[in-house]
Design a protein around this ligand. Structure first.
Ligand SMILES: [Zn+2]
Length: 314
């Protein structure tokens, strides 16, 4: 668990901020999460399209999963934390392939219909208003774009047992999310599927992960064996979802009205997150909105759309 803290931003739900967090090191590199990491790699391979043009990775963090999006020409790494993106940049390098954008998922700075793929893994977990975030994502995807979503499942075996034994107050069987720690939410699978359906997504595949996320198993059974059995059990997600982590592949149901005739420049990706205007004007150290005049910083290869520049002078 990172030292997360709450940030209130205008008219949007609070954001779980990983700024300055050593999440990558403490949780993934030294936290005994090799099993989770390897099972996620397998799930992504099973769900990702073979190829694609432009991928949006929401909550990219330090870029742990980014190299797995091999088939996509370009990838936009989005995170609310600037320092996480700096870590990702140090890991992946500055290249045409990767674009780093600090932004609030509730105020995405991208034009509609831009991405043909998006992923959000271990992020919905921190969403106080999940449907609002999912709507934003739907808007920036092409009408037939692919969305791969991971969510933490409240209807997991451990929670069911604890509830039935009277050791847990909240019911795992009801549709509303449970906030078990501030800004940490588990969701009912049916609730997530309902939200996706309302947004005109068709769910093509469901995989369940972390069947063996149990301390004693992880300590005494070689990781490779747990990963092997988890990879087989993942397919049972098609019939029931009782594991702590669920992956969903959702695809937009409408045909794209027009094919992208030419490759867009990065500048053309963006809209002003405050007023929605596009295009923005490139002023080299920042992008300026010609409509509301707000300035959005571009520094050391990272676009920052969280707060406009010079707000303290305004
Ligand atoms: Zn504007």
């Amino acid at each position: 668990m990172p030292d997360s803290f709450l940030m209130e931003s205008k008219n949007t739900p609070p954001v779980c901020n990983y700024e300055g967090s050593d999440y990558q090191t403490s949780f993934w590199d030294q936290g005994g999460r090799e099993y989770e990491d390897r099972t996620e790699a397998i799930a992504l391979k099973r769900l990702l399209p073979k190829s694609g043009r432009l991928m949006l990775e929401l909550g990219a963090g330090a870029g742990r999963n980014t190299p797995r999006y091999l088939g996509f020409d370009r990838i936009v790494l989005n995170d609310y934390s600037h320092t996480q993106l700096e870590q990702a940049q140090a890991r992946l390098g500055k290249s045409e392939k990767y674009i780093y954008v600090a932004a609030d998922v509730y105020r995405l700075p991208f034009v509609d219909g831009l991405f043909d793929g998006a992923t959000m893994i271990r992020v919905l977990h921190h969403m106080a208003d999940a449907p609002k975030a999912l709507t934003q994502i739907k808007n920036v995807l092409t009408p037939n774009g692919t969305f791969i979503l991971e969510f933490a499942n409240k209807l997991n075996l451990k929670a069911i047992l604890r509830y039935l034994l009277g050791r847990q107050k909240w019911s795992p069987f009801t549709l509303e999310p449970v906030e078990f720690v501030a800004l940490n939410f588990d969701f009912h699978p049916q609730a997530v599927l309902n939200w996706l359906k309302e947004l005109d997504f068709s769910v093509e595949r469901i995989l369940t992960l972390s069947h063996f996320r149990i301390g004693v198993l992880k300590r005494f059974i070689p990781t490779g064996i747990l990963v092997f059995f988890d990879s087989i059990f993942q397919w049972t997600g098609a019939w029931w979802q009782l594991t702590p982590s669920v992956f969903v592949k959702a695809v937009g149901t409408k045909q794209a009205s027009r094919s992208m005739k030419r490759e867009l420049s990065v500048l053309e990706f963006f809209k002003c997150p405050d007023c929605g205007h596009s295009p923005l004007v490139d002023k080299s150290e920042y992008l300026e909105c010609p409509n509301c005049k707000k300035k959005w910083e571009f520094k050391d290869g990272i676009y920052d759309f969280r707060e406009p520049m010079d707000t303290h002078n305004a």
